[in-house]
Design a protein around this ligand. Structure first.
Ligand SMILES: Cc1ncc(COP(=O)(O)O)c(C=O)c1O
Length: 378
């Protein structure tokens, strides 16, 4: 048996990716992954791709795409120069590169509780020790200063929460006071259904270093595998070298397609249509939740993003992981709450439900099955 690196003992499977293969089973109704609706995908014409895009390219990304990203970032309040934009092979790669840059065994990392489970997967692999915080109380950051603070302030995964201006300022202050590097993950910002504050927290920092990243997965299509980051100038060269070491550069054909899509005349109309579609789906989902879950769960209607986070209020606590097996047997998939926590409490009594993927018909059927199961087991 080959000697594996000691860190592999800390490697956990990703429950979401494990569930993805189930989603494709015929008849399965899935509320599990963060899958955008296929009907929101843009039309792509691969016919016009210049042959030069088949050649190796720059690790930082295609110059025109970096310029376009820098312009968009500046417009959203984070003034950025294209020379500090790094194109990523999905924003998941940004998590990997930042973790490799900053985390070794015992490094203190502050994360929201709950938080994005695939970020926990990477941070834990590299040896993170966690401090946790919630949007309206960041005092744990000042009490026990972390090297890195990871946050998803806009339509958080899994809770859907969008930080108020005061919460954004408090997080920026806590990082500044402790010199903790802020890593702001912002893949859902374009999927906005109700007015809310979306100013990047990184733009509110006064002195500490920072990394800000976003993605084209939710606003265009995840199969393109493209995201991007920008950061404090001192961190940038290291992240570029880590990118070189990881994959040389991101797919140039995807970069070409994304730039064409961003430049297309109908780009804002396409996004607006997608957002309207998701808003309707969210409202329909909320209506069905009220019908089936009113007495057994509580939730906040998310102002954007792709998820409802349900806190169950049953007489008995429920092991939502074993409930998942039972739900899958009845052709319904969802995400148990436990993997979104750093040290899973024995009972979190929470589940995450994606509202963008299932049809309205399936949503009605699937939520009915799920609430019946919960009533049987709670
Ligand atoms: C908070 C967060 N960050 C990063 C990602 C990774 O996205 P991608 O690699 O598709 O850009 C996701 C995907 O769901 C996410 O929810």
């Amino acid at each position: 048996m080959a000697q594996l690196a000691a860190r592999i003992q800390r490697l956990q499977p990703s429950p979401v990716r494990d569930i993805l293969h189930v989603i494709n089973q015929p008849g399965m109704i899935s509320f599990a992954g963060g899958l955008p609706a296929a009907e929101s995908f843009p039309n792509i014409d691969p016919a016009g791709i210049p042959a030069e895009k088949l050649q190796y390219g720059a690790s930082e990304g295609e110059a025109e795409l970096r310029q376009r990203i820098a312009d968009d970032l500046t417009q959203r309040g984070l003034k950025t120069d294209p020379e500090f934009v790094l194109v990523l092979s999905g924003s998941q790669q940004g998590i990997d590169l930042v973790a490799k840059l900053l985390i070794e065994s015992g490094t203190r990392v502050a994360v929201e509780s709950p938080t994005y489970l695939a970020a926990l997967q990477v941070f834990t692999l590299l040896g993170a020790h966690y401090t946790t915080f919630v949007p309206d109380d960041t005092s744990s950051i000042t009490k026990n200063p972390p090297t890195l603070t990871y946050a998803i302030p806009t339509f958080q995964n899994p809770t859907g929460h969008c930080y108020s201006r005061a919460e954004r300022q408090a997080l920026a202050r806590a990082c500044d006071e402790t010199n903790s590097i802020l890593f702001e993950d912002d893949p859902y910002r374009d999927l906005v259904y109700d007015e809310c504050e979306r100013t990047p927290v990184c733009s509110m920092l006064k002195k500490t270093q920072w990394i800000y990243q976003s993605s084209f997965s939710k606003s265009l299509a995840p199969g393109l595998r493209l995201g991007y980051l920008t950061c404090s100038p001192e961190l940038f060269p290291h992240l570029v070298q880590l990118k070189q070491a990881a994959d040389l550069h991101s797919n140039r054909i995807s970069q070409h397609l994304v730039l064409q899509l961003l430049r297309a005349d109908d780009t804002s109309e396409r996004l607006e249509n997608a957002v309207n579609h998701y808003r309707q789906k969210r409202n329909f989902f909320d209506g069905q939740l009220k019908k089936h879950f009113e007495d057994i769960a509580q939730w906040a209607v998310p102002a954007g993003g792709l998820f409802f986070w349900l806190q169950l209020k049953l007489a008995r606590s429920v092991d939502t992981r074993s409930l998942l097996t039972k739900a899958i047997a009845r052709n319904v998939a969802f995400m148990p709450g436990e993997p979104f926590f750093t040290a899973p409490p024995t009972d979190t009594n929470s589940i995450r439900l994606n509202f963008s993927y299932a049809s309205n018909n399936d949503t009605e059927k699937g939520l009915n099955v799920l609430s019946t199961l919960l009533r049987e087991h709670g």
